[in-house]
Design a binder for this molecule. Structure first.
Ligand SMILES: Nc1ncnc2c1ncn2[C@@H]1O[C@H](COP(=O)(O)OP(=O)(O)OP(=O)(O)O)[C@@H](O)[C@H]1O
Length: 425
């Protein structure tokens, strides 16, 4: 039921229903206030009487277990109430994970590692957010690993990342992304370099599984792993690889029975594979929109957003001072490989890149590694720069960077396939 008044429209939601809306118009602003009852946005509770503001790109569902009244004002492109939601199944999954966590606590073991898998646009990131929020709301401190290099929820695309979740996501801004562990991959799909992708995932899994042992609460809370929407052929193999690397205890499959059955067949029988429905509210994104949202994430990395603007720096770096590398050398036939090396080894080799005009607009990853002989794949990323100009005459590039010049001494930069046109006015 909804009623218009001078301050906006009041929506009265029954128990177990949600209000969904989307904002597509630039400069549109929607304000939402919880007037009575209880409501949550992807697992974060709304505070009564507080005004929440949403802008362009927002695709939102405000769910209530008990029923509530919401006041909504502003221009939306889509807005409707729905009683068909999978939230009860999702909260049951949380309850099952809590059992594993309790067991882990009793025997001082590791809590559950759960992977969320499914094709594109089925709500994988949203389910991760819901499960993480529910976990912190009951006092857990889980890790969130994001292996989706296409639409990363923690870092920008082309990287995989892990963060510790210590408090519920902010309604408007999502999880705080302080002190993430980020590993460079450099492509927007695992297919860009499958061997490297598996190597980076293995590294991330080893490091996070070990580091969780250091903190009792995190150890028993476990890890929620978000994955790519590529679930066929090699994409499927990547999922199996990740499940093994993380020693997944459970795999939640969203919306695809075939994937569910394949996993049931291929993972060890002690891994719980659960098929879950996707929410009817999840919005499908076209290729163009996915590209836009990748660009938007990069733009926010450099420039922040309206609430928290950032002011990046731009400076020149001479080619001779640019220690630029790329992971993955072109394949050589086996007959040309040194004895003992396989063609696959080339895929994880760190090779020097000679700067040319082709670098223009590319994202370069600043690694904490100090030399290409270090374990570059397993070294945390310090940040990102973007090449905004290449001057072959002056033998220099202009870099857009969140930090002022100079680049840290001895730092190495890693080439990424990702590009960003810096047209910020
Ligand atoms: N119940 C819902 N109602 C309305 N919008 C929703 C709902 N659930 C998710 N969304 C929105 O749908 C969009 C896609 O969801 P999400 O990013 O979780 O999907 P995904 O499967 O992780 O996508 P990807 O293929 O990029 O990995 C998001 O913008 C999210 O806010």
């Amino acid at each position: 039921m909804s009623e218009e008044n001078s301050q906006g429209r009041e929506y009265t939601l029954e128990a177990d229903s949600e209000l969904r809306f989307e904002i597509e118009q630039k400069d549109a602003k929607v304000l939402v206030t919880l007037l009575s009852g209880f409501a949550e946005l992807f697992g974060t509770e709304l505070v009564k009487k507080k005004k929440y503001e949403f802008g362009v790109g927002a695709k939102v569902a405000i769910f209530t277990y008990q029923g509530c009244v919401l006041l909504v004002s502003g221009k939306m492109d889509v807005c409707y109430m729905s009683k068909e939601t999978p939230m009860v199944q999702y909260v049951n999954c949380h309850a099952a994970l809590e059992q594993f966590r309790n067991e882990a606590e009793e025997r001082d073991g590791r809590g559950p590692v759960v992977m969320i898998v499914g094709p594109m646009d089925v709500g994988k990131s949203t389910l991760c957010r819901i499960l993480l929020n529910y976990a912190v709301r009951v006092g857990r401190r889980p890790l969130y690993a994001d292996l989706d290099v296409g639409q990363g929820a923690i870092s920008i695309s082309g990287n995989i990342a892990t963060i510790l979740i210590e408090r519920p996501a902010s309604i408007e801004e999502g999880f705080a992304k302080t002190a993430p562990l980020v590993y460079h991959f450099g492509h927007k799909s695992p297919g860009g370099n499958s061997v490297l992708y598996n190597a980076v995932v293995s590294k991330m899994a080893d490091v996070t599984l070990q580091s969780m042992d250091a903190n009792k609460r995190t150890k028993s809370s476990g890890i929620i792993v978000n994955t790519c929407g590529w679930v066929k052929d090699s994409g499927y193999k990547h999922l199996l690889h990740a499940a093994r690397a993380y020693r997944a205890r459970a795999i939640f499959v969203l919306d695809q029975e075939r994937l569910y059955n394949d996993l049931l067949r291929d993972v060890p029988s002690n891994v719980h594979v659960v098929l879950l429905p996707k929410s009817g509210g999840v919005v499908e994104r076209s290729k163009g929109l996915r590209h836009e949202s990748r660009e938007q994430r990069i733009k926010e990395y450099f420039y922040g957003n309206l609430r928290t603007p950032f002011y990046p720096f731009s400076f020149e770096v001479k080619f001779q001072d640019l220690r630029l590398f790329k992971i993955g050398a072109p394949p050589l036939p086996d007959s040309c490989m040194p004895i003992g090396m396989k063609a696959e080894d080339n895929k994880t080799k760190v090779v020097a890149v000679t700067p040319t005009q082709a670098l223009l607009h590319h994202i370069l990853t600043l690694s904490f590694a100090e030399s290409n002989d270090d374990d570059v794949i397993g070294t945390n990323v310090a940040g990102f720069c973007c090449v905004t100009d290449v001057d072959m005459e002056r033998q220099s590039v202009m870099l857009l960077s969140p930090q002022p010049r100079p680049l840290p001494p001895n730092s190495i930069l890693l080439w990424s396939e990702l590009q960003f046109m810096d047209n910020h006015a």
